[in-house]
Design a protein around this ligand. Structure first.
Ligand SMILES: NC(=O)c1ccc[n+]([C@@H]2O[C@H](COP(=O)([O-])OP(=O)(O)OC[C@H]3O[C@@H](n4cnc5c(N)ncnc54)[C@H](OP(=O)(O)O)[C@@H]3O)[C@@H](O)[C@H]2O)c1
Length: 343
């Protein structure tokens, strides 16, 4: 098969489109023909060596896979050859933890394509229990924008953010893959949503996802705008995918008792916290990591009901994986970018 392989950690140029060994069939696994594979910011982090303890080289990454079953070795599985499936974007890689509930709290849980080879390839091997049937009726490239950001949005916005109808919610980076999905999730829960973007050209994407207020953070102070928007009270929940550099402004955008859910670190892994501010305002800080199989199914039920839509920016053939990474690194992305392995 062809794959986009990394032999070393580094910039986008380390992604090489090459021949790679076909995956071998294994008990309780299926071989998937990859029709489309979404790219996440996480992949850039992995490519640069951010999770290198879990990744041995050479490596094929890729978490967001939509494909067809080519081969299956599991007589108990409901799947058969030719079925259109979505691969879970994360699962416990230790088979003794496959039944761990919720899956994203299992010790060996990891993003798909971190330790085992992922979807930047024409084929991949996946445990059958981490496949779901694709009932979305979407094109493969549209569907491949969804799994990772969708499960993240259900876990971060609904489960941990506890977002309720009519609440005021601030979502950072509203034109990003994860931000655009979190806006849609918060709107599906009936909330009022403010979001930030770094360029006016991204306002439309965030608005189309349902944001009620879009703030260009390069032109305006988001904390001041959000306080004004919530009539001085502060928002109930902040969903943060940026991390370092904006922690205090995020906290000061919230009402007392507000919940800050963080799941991203594009702004850096460290920041300073003022304990007095946390205590006197009784803020709650919650870290969020991916989501469970049930949360993934819940997200896809919203897609099937038409309440959440894919935000496909553009596709690249797999042979141009390095160009696609550069596009995301340059902060040009509006929604999600998808690789097509057979083009
Ligand atoms: N823990 C989890 O479960 C989980 C799940 C999904 C994503 N994540 C994390 O969430 C973060 C965002 O992921 P994504 O896939 O949504 O990213 P993405 O689509 O590449 O978007 C990231 C956006 O963040 C904004 N940003 C703000 N400050 C930035 C900075 N200092 N450097 C670069 N970009 C900055 C940029 O938008 P503007 O130019 O508009 O400001 C950028 O386009 C990543 O850290 C990712 O690993 C974590």
């Amino acid at each position: 098969m062809k794959a986009a392989i990394i032999h070393e950690f580094g910039g986008p140029e380390v992604l090489k489109f090459e021949d790679a060994p076909d995956p071998l069939p294994k008990p309780n696994h299926a071989i998937i023909k990859v029709l489309a594979c979404g790219i996440n910011r996480y992949d850039l982090f992995l490519r640069m060596g951010g999770v290198q303890k879990q990744t041995s080289l050479p490596h094929v990454m890729g978490a967001d896979v939509v494909g067809e079953i080519m081969q299956i070795d599991d007589s108990d599985s409901p799947f058969k050859i030719g079925d259109r499936v979505i691969v879970a974007p994360g699962f416990p890689i230790d088979p003794s933890e496959w039944n761990h509930q919720p899956e994203n709290f299992a010790p060996s849980y990891t993003v798909t394509g971190t330790t085992l080879w992922g979807g930047y390839a024409q084929c991949m091997c996946v445990p059958t229990c981490f496949l779901i049937t694709d009932k979305t009726n979407l094109l493969a490239e549209q569907c491949a924008t969804l799994p990772l950001v969708l499960v993240t949005a259900v876990h971060a916005v609904k489960t941990l953010g506890e977002v309720k109808p009519n609440q005021h919610v601030l979502i950072q980076a509203g034109a990003s893959g994860s931000g655009s999905m979190c806006i849609q999730m918060a709107k599906a829960l009936g909330a009022k949503v403010a979001t930030t973007v770094g360029d006016d050209s991204k306002i439309e994407v965030a608005t189309n996802c349902g944001a009620d207020l879009v703030i260009n953070h390069r032109k305006e102070n988001f904390r001041e705008k959000v306080l004004e928007w919530s009539e001085g009270k502060g928002v109930d929940v902040v969903i943060d995918n940026v991390g370092g550099g904006i922690l205090n402004d995020n906290l000061m955008s919230m009402r007392p008792g507000g919940i800050l859910v963080n799941f991203g670190l594009v702004g850096g892994v460290k920041d300073e916290i003022n304990f007095a501010m946390m205590i006197f305002n009784q803020y709650q800080f919650r870290g969020s990591m991916m989501g469970s199989m049930n949360e993934l199914r819940e997200g896809f039920a919203l897609v099937e009901a038409g309440k959440i839509k894919p935000v496909l920016d553009r596709t690249f053939p797999l042979r141009e994986a390095s160009k696609a990474h550069q596009y995301i690194e340059d902060r040009k992305v509006k929604g999600n970018v998808v690789l097509l392995p057979w083009e």
